[in-house]
Design a protein around this ligand. Structure first.
Ligand code: HEM
Ligand SMILES: *[C@@H]1O[C@H](CO)[C@@H](O)[C@H](O)[C@H]1NC(C)=O
Ligand SMILES: *[C@@H]1O[C@H](CO)[C@@H](O)[C@H](O)[C@H]1NC(C)=O
Ligand SMILES: *[C@@H]1O[C@H](CO)[C@@H](O)[C@H](O)[C@H]1NC(C)=O
Length: 496
């Protein structure tokens, strides 16, 4: 009997020793932890992080501002840098030392949630940066037309009665329509099934990444098979868009790079840039859905956050309306008009400062050992992020940071600080869009689209909450911050 048991006892005794030894040897050990850091106990911290990321990040930031701390995930630690100096350092690292792509891949589990093909050649980033951003002024009338059409359909406040609107889901649908007017054009941007696929995909990616991050790595591909409908969604999207792609590829073959009435939209730009197997339908659909993911969930959250402020504090409606009305009257619905709407711009920026989209930014993977200026040593293979929300809420950088001060940034612009405080400007202290080389390339489009949506609301509706003056609390899922998805905003036709 003894002969059977001895190896078992030995293994049982050895296990804690091995765990402790590994723990002791781990170079990340020197970085302070929020929550328990001992082996196994850190799982409790990882569990806590799913529900209490806000408190844990805030605690870490306050204790270690100007330096780093770490928080537990189920299979790894995430190192959080705190404060502008280290943000500047992180964004300066070249791609071969610190990878944006691999960092996002880790946190998004994009191999499973977004599909494999986009990883090989992220050519969409240049397409967004160059083609989309450069065409904004030309494309704005189309976006505007779609915004008007979508609002009339989803919020048809014909009479003078207040109607209840499920704000987040309606904003998501309007954003999806307005964005896809530029991504695939008419009539597909109004195809109900296509839009549903794009919106469902966004939801599936977010659900998938949260669950996969809690799943042990060796089980991920199995879990993903049942959890992530990525390839089905791509196939179904393909069925809708295929005729459009085929027609354009035919014209490309016939006429080369240019022809009369060549469409000017995202799908066409992708077709122009795609090479080799990237021109295959499934690859193109993955790209299209990826861009929809990057655009829809961020933009619809951002505009809903701002709408909640507007509905909770109607006293802001008048100054904003005046600005919008004056400029639309002078310039029409143009990019130039939107650019001059400093108050509205400030309102959006301030809303993004206090609410955020996720509480961290600048997600990166260290490819080499890093030695940060505060003395922190970060081994290769570590995921790094910057604490965004705690910094945006720091009185040192934003006086009375806890207050929502809608015209904070426009006042700074009036005091002569110019474009530095625009909605789209990033800085070491404002990282909602990231900062540096990998800062969001879609932010110029997003800013125009979201300002146009709010301007449209201001001119055409009155808005309020049932309980006046009370803004619904934001929801949290790990690092993601979502405006209350159940809140209803009351809309009625604007009364003069
Ligand atoms: C309010 C809306 C938006 C917010 C808050 C937002 C935020 C962000 C953030 C924080 C990043 C990462 C930056 C970093 O880590 O340094 C990012 C990257 C990205 N965003 Fe956005 N975004 C928005 C809208 C859009 C739109 C409309 C598009 C597309 C049309 C888009 C496309 C992308 C892409 C492709 C990347 C990856 C960039 C790269 O690989 O270098 N985003 N965005
Ligand atoms: C979108 O998701 C809903 C809810 O899960 C589902 O009922 C619907 O069939 C999906 N639609 C499409 C087009 O995938
Ligand atoms: C696409 O082609 C590249 C090389 O041209 C290859 O490395 C890659 O595996 C191919 N991808 C797919 C999905 O076939
Ligand atoms: C934050 O949002 C951006 C934009 O969608 C996304 O690329 C990034 O992965 C998110 N980061 C985290 C940590 O969720």
């Amino acid at each position: 009997m003894l002969g059977v048991n001895v190896p078992w006892y030995a293994a049982l005794l050895a296990l804690p020793v091995v765990l402790l030894y590994n723990w002791w040897r781990n170079p990340l050990n020197k970085i302070p932890t929020v929550g328990p850091s001992l082996p196994l106990l850190s799982y409790i911290g990882a569990y806590r992080f799913v529900y209490h990321a806000r408190e844990m990040l805030q605690e870490g930031y306050l204790k270690h501002k100007g330096s780093t701390f770490k928080v537990p995930f189920f299979d790894r630690w995430m190192v959080v840098i705190s404060g502008p100096t280290l943000v500047e350092e992180l964004r300066r690292y070249p791609d071969d030392q610190v990878s944006f792509q691999l960092g996002t891949q880790e946190l998004l589990q994009s191999k499973y949630t977004l599909g494999r093909q986009q990883i090989e050649d992220p050519y969409h980033v240049d397409v967004i940066r160059e083609k989309l951003t450069r065409n904004l002024a030309i494309l704005l009338p189309d976006v505007m037309d779609e915004i008007q059409h979508a609002f009339n359909e989803f919020i048809s406040a014909e009479s003078n009665e207040w109607i209840e609107v499920n704000a987040l889901s309606v904003m998501a649908q309007i954003v999806a329509r307005a964005s896809n007017r530029i991504f695939v054009g008419l009539p597909h941007c109004r195809n109900a099934q296509y839009l549903k696929l794009a919106i469902n995909f966004t939801r599936d990616v977010n659900k998938g990444r949260i669950i996969l991050n809690m799943t042990p790595p060796f089980l991920r591909s199995i879990v993903a098979r049942t959890l992530c409908p990525t390839s089905t969604t791509c196939k179904m999207t393909g069925r809708i868009i295929a005729p459009l792609v085929a027609e354009r590829q035919q014209l490309q073959r016939e006429y080369g790079a240019n022809w009369v009435d060549k469409p000017n939209d995202m799908l066409m730009w992708l077709l122009d840039e795609a090479e080799g197997n990237e021109t295959r339908l499934c690859h193109l659909m993955e790209m299209l859905l990826l861009i929809n993911f990057a655009a829809i969930h961020t933009s619809s959250n951002s505009v809903t956050h701002a709408l909640y402020h507007l509905a909770a504090q109607p006293e802001y409606i008048r100054p904003l309306r005046e600005e919008v009305e004056t400029l639309i009257g002078k310039e029409g619905w143009t990019k130039a008009a939107l650019m001059q709407m400093w108050k509205l711009d400030s309102f959006m920026k301030e809303s993004q400062r206090v609410n955020g989209i996720n509480s961290t930014s600048l997600t990166r993977l260290a490819l080499k050992d890093l030695h940060l200026s505060d003395g922190t040593h970060v081994p290769a293979g570590t995921v790094l992020v910057a604490a965004a929300l705690p910094m945006h809420g720091d009185d040192e950088y934003y006086p009375n940071a806890a207050d929502f001060d809608p015209f904070r940034f426009s006042k700074m612009r009036e005091d002569g600080e110019g474009t530095k405080h625009q909605f789209v400007s990033t800085s070491v202290k404002y990282i909602s869009f990231g900062h540096g080389k990998h800062a969001c390339p879609g932010r110029f489009f997003a800013a125009n689209e979201l300002k146009a949506m709010l301007a449209y609301i201001l001119l055409n509706y009155d808005v309020k909450f049932e309980r006046e003056g009370v803004r619904p609390e934001n929801n949290w899922a790990a690092m993601n911050i979502v405006p209350d998805p159940t809140a209803k905003v009351l809309f009625r036709k604007r009364q003069h």
